[in-house]
Design a protein around this ligand. Structure first.
Ligand SMILES: Nc1ncnc2c1ncn2[C@@H]1O[C@H](COP(=O)(O)OP(=O)(O)OP(=O)(O)O)[C@@H](O)[C@H]1O
Ligand SMILES: [Mg+2]
Length: 258
């Protein structure tokens, strides 16, 4: 873990997680932990189950009717399948999808959307959340004078930061990013990487990325997921220094396959 984090608190605990779509199993009984305030990178080739695994954490997998899940996922010690308040669970775990998913609303309303849904209506309550979320996403300075313009009129990189600001507007404890930099330029990507490093002080981050260099730059630990199984889960230093336990991991990070 970065810095001198003393005792590692388990923010997420996954035990024997299995997921099938319409009877075809795609995640085969995986177990792992995510520690508070770490950045855990999840790498692996296409179709490994990275996105599906994220969707099991906040139960958005249930939007897919053919999906069936077994095993246990605990977030903050609570079994997510036994939670009485699924909306609170989904607020706790922010998700950022590969492509920006802006609503056809103003910049302000995009960020205020979720807080409004949870009952906040007064401008005096919303303004500070909108400003804080946009600042955390390193977008505030660029948009503060045009909060009333459409979010969809921003550049691709700005829209992706707007998506991050929206995810942060829930004040999540965990932020999952699924290949967030797929559609943005390297300079913007580096800016967002800086943002994530800062956010790590406050929240726990799971970063699904196909960019092994990005995983290496940002993460404390790295999971290599291959065909629905965890091949490796170790400190990123070990995984990327060529000392990974599995030959498959060593090949993958060297770019030999995947
Ligand atoms: N909604 C769905 N219905 C049926 N099968 C699905 C669905 N979503 C994913 N799958 C299957 O589950 C497996 C894992 O897919 P998933 O999208 O989780 O992988 P991934 O590692 O995120 O891939 P990528 O790197 O391409 O995003 C694949 O075989 C995929 O075809
Ligand atoms: Mg995916």
């Amino acid at each position: 873990m970065t810095g001198a984090s003393a005792v590692a608190v388990k923010e997420i605990e996954v035990r024997d997680l299995r997921l099938a779509y319409g009877g075809k199993e795609v995640i085969h009984g995986i177990s792992f932990e995510v520690y508070r305030n770490e950045i855990l990178a999840v790498i692996g080739p296409a179709q490994s189950g990275k996105t599906s695994m994220l969707r099991c954490l906040n139960r958005t997998i249930e939007f897919t009717s053919s999906a069936s899940v077994t095993g246990t996922v605990r977030v903050g010690g609570e079994d997510v399948r036994k939670t009485g308040d699924i909306f609170a669970l989904r607020r706790k775990i922010g998700m950022v999808a590969p492509l920006p998913v802006g609503l056809p609303l103003t910049i302000y309303d995009n960020v205020a959307f979720a807080p409004r849904c949870s009952g906040l209506q007064r401008k005096a309550d919303l303004d500070p959340i909108v400003e804080k979320s946009l600042r955390q996403a390193a977008l505030w300075d660029e948009v503060k004078d045009r909060l009333g313009s459409l979010g969809t009129a921003l550049s691709g990189g700005q829209q992706q930061r707007l998506t991050i600001a929206r995810a942060l507007s829930h004040q999540p404890e965990i932020l999952c990013l699924d290949e967030f930099s797929i559609a943005i330029d390297p300079v913007t990507t580096m800016r967002i990487e800086d943002v994530l490093k800062e956010l790590q002080e406050e929240i726990t981050i799971i970063l699904v990325t196909n960019l092994t260099q990005q995983a290496r730059r940002l993460s404390d630990r790295t999971m290599f997921l291959l065909e629905g199984e965890i091949v490796e889960l170790d400190s990123s230093e070990v995984v990327f220094s060529g000392d990974a336990r599995s030959e498959k991991t060593r090949d993958y990070v060297r770019g030999v396959f995947g």
